[in-house]
Design a protein around this ligand. Structure first.
Ligand code: SF4
Ligand code: SF4
Length: 167
């Protein structure tokens, strides 16, 4: 079943608030698991849930999170837009408190009204990899993933499946 038939993004923020304490204690348990066993289970969930998810119905990550942007990303995006990297940086980017480049606006400037990405082929690496639930050693990003439940319904669903198995 498509994830957005199960829950809306409004439901998501209520569900995450409701489950906050249980999810925090789940994270503590997951930190003690065998890394490979955890990866195998999370990666299978990632595959099956994203197979049923149309991100174009959501785009919540593009609306509410700012990806970290590397020099490679800047060069690729600038080339796609036929701009000089310096002009691209001045037009679209700023540095956060840690000195990383991020977009000037939290809703990404390249997100179109139909939720398509205007620079999809040239999008930042962080956009390609979000929400990282297929990365090797998922255990390393448990705290970030807990935070990502607030944004991404798939991450929330993965956490609930982990809770059903290990909670
Ligand atoms: S660059 Fe594209 S994928 Fe990345 S946040 Fe913007 S719209 Fe989304
Ligand atoms: S928040 Fe998750 S489900 Fe929504 S568009 Fe981003 S990756 Fe897809």
């Amino acid at each position: 079943m498509d994830i957005f038939t199960e829950m809306s993004l409004n439901d998501l923020s209520e569900l995450v608030k409701r489950d906050k304490k249980q999810l925090q204690s789940l994270i503590k348990k997951l930190k003690k698991l065998n890394k490979r066993e955890l990866d195998a289970f999370v990666h299978s969930l990632h595959e099956s849930y994203f197979a049923d998810t149309d991100c174009l119905q959501c785009a919540n990550c593009c609306k509410s999170l700012g990806p970290m942007i590397t020099d490679h990303d800047i060069n690729r995006m600038a080339k796609r837009l036929k701009m000089k990297p310096g002009v691209f940086t001045e037009t679209y980017l700023e540095q956060d408190e840690k000195g990383y480049f991020v977009f000037q606006t939290l809703r990404c400037p390249f997100l179109m009204d139909d939720n398509y990405c205007m620079i999809y082929e040239a999008r930042p690496k962080a956009c390609r990899e979000y929400p990282h639930t297929d990365m090797v050693n998922f255990q390393q990003i448990l705290n970030i993933s807990l935070k990502n439940t607030e944004t991404c319904p798939v991450v929330y669903k993965i956490m609930k499946a982990l809770e059903a198995k290990y909670g």
